[in-house]
Design a protein around this ligand. Structure first.
Ligand SMILES: *Cc1c(COP(=O)(O)O)cnc(C)c1O
Length: 382
C-alpha cells in the first residue's frame, strides 16, 4: 500500500528553489580533519573570535525565568537598543537574527510576480528570501571596485529594466514589479562602504530600501539607523552576531519607519526572540564600552591582516570596512589554496562565481590566528 504523496499540492514556486548548501558544523569538520576544535582557526564566517562578553555568560547563568515565555513586545530590549542606536524604541523590532527580519520584509512586500533588486556580489539571503516568496531577482551587478551601480538601478525604475533577471519561472516574467532594493554596507563579501550621496539617490526611488548594516560597527563611518526617521522607505538592519559575538544565540534588530511598525507587530511570531538571546543582548548593551573595545581590537587586526596579505605575491586583497578581507588569488587556484589551508586547520571562505572569480574571504581573527594564517600562506608561496 502506498499512501498519497501530496507533492502536487506544494506551492509551485517552491519547487524551483535552489538547494541551500549548509556549512559543515564545527565539530564535524574537526573530526574529519582530525584536528581538535580548539586548534581550528575558523576564519570563514565572520564570527567574532572573542565571543560574548563575560557579562553575557554571567547573565545567562543567573537568569531565573527560562520556564516563562518571552515578552512578545521585547520592551526592555527595545528600550536598551533605543539608547544604543539613538532611535526611539517605537521604531525598533528585534528578531531571531537579522535573517528573520529579512524574511519578514520579503513576506510583507512580495507576491509572486514581484521582484527585488539585488546588487551582487553580495549576501545570499536577499535572493533566497525573495524566491521563497515567489519573487524574482533583478541583479544589478556591482562595478569592478564593488561599488553599487546607482545609475544602473535608476535605469530599471525609469526606462524599464534591461538587467539580467535570474530565476524567473513564474507568472508575468516579462514585467516583474521591483519593490525592494537590498543594500549592504559594509558589503559582504567585499567590505565596501556605500556612501551617503549614493544612498540618498537610491532613497529617492519608489522602492523599499533595506540597508543591511550587519558589519557597521567595524566601519570608520557612522550607522545610518537614524536616517529611518527622515525616510519612510528606509529599513536598517543590525545584528549582535558580528560585533557582539553571539551569532549562535541569534539576535538581530531592525529600525523601521513608523508606518510599517503596526504591520510588523501584527505579522511577527509572538515569541520569535528567545529568552536567552534577549538576556544576552541586554547584558551586552549594559557594556557597550567593552564591545567597542573588542571592535577596536578587530579593526586594528584587520589593518595588520590587510597589510600582510598585500605583501603576499599571489594575493590581491580588497580594502575592507568590515571584519573580513576579500582577496583575489592570482596565478594559482583559490579552491586548492582553501583546501591546503584547511589541511592545516585554517578555514577561509572560497568563491568562484561572477564578480568573485578565484577569490577567498578571510575573517579577522585574534592576532595569534592571523599569525598562523600568515605562516601557512607563506609556506604555500612556492
Ligand atoms: C552575517 C550577516 C547577516 C546575518 O545576521 P544574523 O543576525 O546572524 O542573522 C546579515 N547580513 C549580512 C550581510 C551578514 O553578513
Amino acid at each position: 500500500m502506498t499512501s498519497f504523496v501530496p507533492q502536487s499540492l506544494l506551492n509551485l514556486h517552491l519547487s524551483g528553489l535552489e538547494e541551500y548548501t549548509p556549512i559543515q558544523p564545527f565539530e564535524v569538520l574537526s573530526r574529519r580533519l582530525g584536528i581538535p576544535a580548539s586548534q581550528i582557526v575558523k576564519l570563514d564566517a565572520n564570527e567574532n573570535p572573542y565571543g560574548p562578553l563575560p557579562a553575557v555568560a554571567e547573565a545567562l547563568a543567573e537568569y531565573p525565568y527560562y520556564h516563562i515565555y518571552p515578552d512578545p513586545q521585547q520592551s526592555e530590549l527595545r528600550e536598551a537598543l533605543s539608547g544604543f542606536v539613538g532611535v526611539p524604541a517605537e521604531h525598533i523590532l528585534p528578531g531571531q537574527g537579522a535573517d528573520e527580519l529579512l524574511d519578514y520584509i520579503c513576506r510583507l512586500f512580495l507576491s509572486p510576480g514581484d521582484a527585488i533588486i539585488n546588487t551582487p556580489p553580495t549576501f545570499g539571503m536577499y535572493s533566497f528570501d525573495a524566491k521563497l516568496q515567489g519573487g524574482q531577482v533583478i541583479d544589478v551587478w556591482r562595478r569592478e571596485d564593488y561599488s553599487v551601480d546607482v545609475a544602473g538601478i535608476e535605469k530599471i525604475l525609469g526606462i524599464g529594466y534591461s538587467a539580467r533577471v535570474t530565476d524567473a519561472p513564474i507568472s508575468n516574467p516579462q514585467s516583474p514589479i521591483p519593490k525592494i532594493l537590498f543594500l549592504t554596507s559594509p558589503n559582504n563579501p567585499s567590505g565596501t562602504w556605500l556612501g551617503d550621496e549614493d544612498l540618498r539617490r537610491l532613497l529617492a526611488l519608489p522602492l523599499v530600501v533595506v540597508l543591511d548594516e550587519a558589519y557597521v560597527e567595524f566601519a570608520n563611518q557612522p550607522s545610518r539607523a537614524d536616517w529611518v526617521l527622515a525616510h519612510d522607505n528606509l529599513i536598517v538592519l543590525r545584528t549582535f552576531s558580528k560585533a557582539a559575538g553571539i551569532a549562535g544565540l541569534r539576535l538581530g534588530y531592525g529600525i523601521f519607519p513608523a508606518w510599517l511598525m503596526p504591520y510588523l507587530w501584527k505579522f511577527k511570531q509572538p515569541y520569535n526572540v528567545n529568552v536567552a538571546a534577549s538576556v544576552a543582548g541586554l547584558a551586552s548593551l549594559r557594556h557597550t564600552d567593552q564591545i567597542i573595545a573588542v571592535v577596536e581590537k578587530l579593526k586594528s587586526e584587520r589593518d595588520r591582516l590587510y597589510a600582510a596579505l598585500s605583501a603576499i605575491p599571489y594575493l590581491r586583497p580588497h580594502p575592507s570596512e568590515a571584519n573580513f578581507v576579500l582577496c583575489r588569488v592570482e596565478g594559482r587556484d583559490a579552491g586548492e589554496l582553501k583546501q591546503a589551508l584547511e589541511r592545516q586547520g585554517i578555514l577561509v571562505r572560497y568563491y568562484n562565481k561572477p564578480g568573485l572569480d578565484n577569490c577567498i574571504r578571510i575573517s579577522v581573527g585574534r592576532p595569534e590566528q592571523t599569525d598562523r594564517l600568515l605562516e601557512a600562506l607563506g609556506s604555500l608561496a612556492s
